[in-house]
Design a protein around this ligand. Structure first.
Ligand code: THU
Length: 131
């Protein structure tokens, strides 16, 4: 925790947020994460005229993580259009969970939390094997 530069991570999320494509909601979101390779990966929301196809900022971040082959997520933050901390939606918690490093920390509206705290008893890859 102490070695994580949360200010830098928030700044990266804000830089991503200004790139958001949000002609419909006008609700830009930016997300950024430190990864196990030491890289900072970010993403913004990308909306669509077919509203339900909207890609959340976390979706963009996970795609960028995969393309960069940057390992797993160590620390994550997400901001709204005002630059304030935003809680990832439920679907995005599931998305993040699949790519979380052990002990991943999220900056949330109610303080720093583990993935387990924001998505208890998550369904994950092991369920596909064990059940
Ligand atoms: N949004 C995100 O990008 N991430 C979230 O975790 C919450 C919601 C976006 C989707 C949509 O473009 C806009 O915020 C309003 O819902």
């Amino acid at each position: 925790m102490s070695e994580i530069d949360w200010d830098a991570l928030r700044a990266a999320a804000r830089s991503a947020m200004v790139k958001a494509y949000v002609p419909y909601s006008k609700f830009p979101v930016g997300a950024a994460a430190l990864t196990t390779t030491g890289e900072v990966i970010s993403g913004c929301n990308v909306e669509n005229a077919s509203y339900g196809l909207t890609l959340c900022a976390e979706c963009s971040l996970v795609s960028a993580l995969t393309m960069a082959q940057a390992g797993k997520l160590v620390a994550f933050t997400c901001v709204d259009g005002a630059g304030n901390i935003l809680m990832p939606c439920g679907r995005c918690r599931q998305l993040l969970s699949e790519h979380a490093a052990a002990g991943m920390i999220l900056e949330t509206v109610s303080g720093f939390k583990t993935m387990q705290e924001v998505l208890p008893d998550a369904f994950g890859p092991s369920d596909l094997i064990e059940r």
